[in-house]
Design a binder for this molecule. Sequence first.
Ligand SMILES: Cc1cc2nc3c(=O)[nH]c(=O)nc-3n(C[C@H](O)[C@H](O)[C@H](O)COP(=O)(O)OP(=O)(O)OC[C@H]3O[C@@H](n4cnc5c(N)ncnc54)[C@H](O)[C@@H]3O)c2cc1C
Length: 458
Amino acid sequence: MTRRTGFEGTLLSPAARRIMGTILLVLAAGLLVGASAIALRAHSGEVAELGPTAALFVTTGKIFGLLAGTLVFLQFALSAKLKTLDRVFGLHRLLFAHRFLGISAAVCASLHPLFVFAPKAREIGALRFAILPELMGAALLIALWIAVCTGLWREFLHLRYQVWYRFHRLGMFSAVVLVTLHVLNVTDDIAGGWPLHALVAAFGLYAALFVWAKGIKPRLLRRRMYAVTKVTPAGKDTYAVELSPKGDGIFSYVPGQFAFLTFHSEALPLERHPWTISSTPTRPESLIFTIKCSGDFTDSIGKLKPGDTAVVDGPYGLFSYAAHVRDPKGELVMVAGGVGVTPMLSMLRYMADRGEMRKVTLVWSNKTEADILCREELEAIEAKLPNLAIHHVLTRQKDFQGPTGRLDRTMLKELLSGCSRTSAVFVCGPPPMMDAVWKALKGIGFRGRRIHTERFSI
Ligand SMILES: Cc1cc2nc3c(=O)[nH]c(=O)nc-3n(C[C@H](O)[C@H](O)[C@H](O)COP(=O)(O)OP(=O)(O)OC[C@H]3O[C@@H](n4cnc5c(N)ncnc54)[C@H](O)[C@@H]3O)c2cc1C
């Protein structure tokens, strides 16, 4: 068995992430300012013929429109799961930005016609009001709000993830086409010079990114298929699915990262789902995913058979002490809820193989003892790592010898009394638990910047 000694993967150091992140944010801000400048540049032309108040309204409206259009173009770069951006920001942050900027685009797009039409814009000769560009603008506005509302309230609207995802992708692609047609037809501002070149470049970049993400990358991934080698129960309603590469070895990853899997099996539909890699990079023969039956798809995960195949797209994410703690003695605190322990499992397996001596405290909340996964293995790891302490907390088993109840401030204060408040903290579990734990940890003195969270939803 191979034992690697260094951190695997192509992680950037925290300093490199900060520098690259700043550069990328400045570039994005530059794009938005540059786009807005198109409206100011046109001020000397058609808009200058209006009175000053009307000109101000129209210019402001155009700025909102240009901002909305630029944000629509940027959206795909944020959601296309680009590894380079993932390494700098992490996929969860990118998807948070995607949601926030999606709402901003819809708000800007709504303000755009309000301002442009406010000064009775119908009398402004230079703005050509052919009905088609107007309709395209209106369709775009509706598409953006549908994308925003269904994205924010998908679960409330009972939309199946796969169905929603397909419509969302199609909707956003249509939005980019509509933006381009709308701006080219509704105003002369982008009819020539650098604004036209910028629009053509943006559309070209978008098309290239689309072809890469939806055409080339899936083909490349299919060339590096994995075979299911073992499917074993790992606890109540949970399976450990082991995959081995069919060709070259597995990709480099750090413990705690996740991947998107698409199984090719008679037992399961062809869907792409994210799961944490719960194995450790110190054992590079295979990848293990510990999967809980929690819905339509995962309920059949136990029916996978050795010989089924899978496409694995990964690794992604920065939820790993390897990404945040450079000091080999740096202390760690981990708080997990239920199957949210999988990233911790990977990190602990890694530390056990490397014989790490750093102090680690894991607080793990489950409903009952029967829900505790891989208990024997974790006990063996605890015995191997003298500075590891595992505290089980149960929420629905009154006769448990240890602590019972929800993880709140009082319980965490007691369980983490011996831990340094400067420790790096990793929290993963159901969203309400994570929010409560985050507040409790802050309340008992842990530093917000050192608390890292992983949500099992994207
Ligand atoms: C970064 C990350 C790591 C994860 N790691 C693990 C893990 O180690 N073990 C584990 O058991 N679970 C993990 N999950 C959760 C797992 O992805 C979902 O439980 C699974 O996709 C649910 O699928 P379902 O169709 O059976 O359930 P459903 O009931 O249909 O879906 C439940 C919820 O899961 C999410 N979901 C469903 N399908 C997808 C999809 N195709 N892509 C993205 N999200 C989807 C949606 O938020 C949905 O509302 C992880 C999730 C994320 C985001």
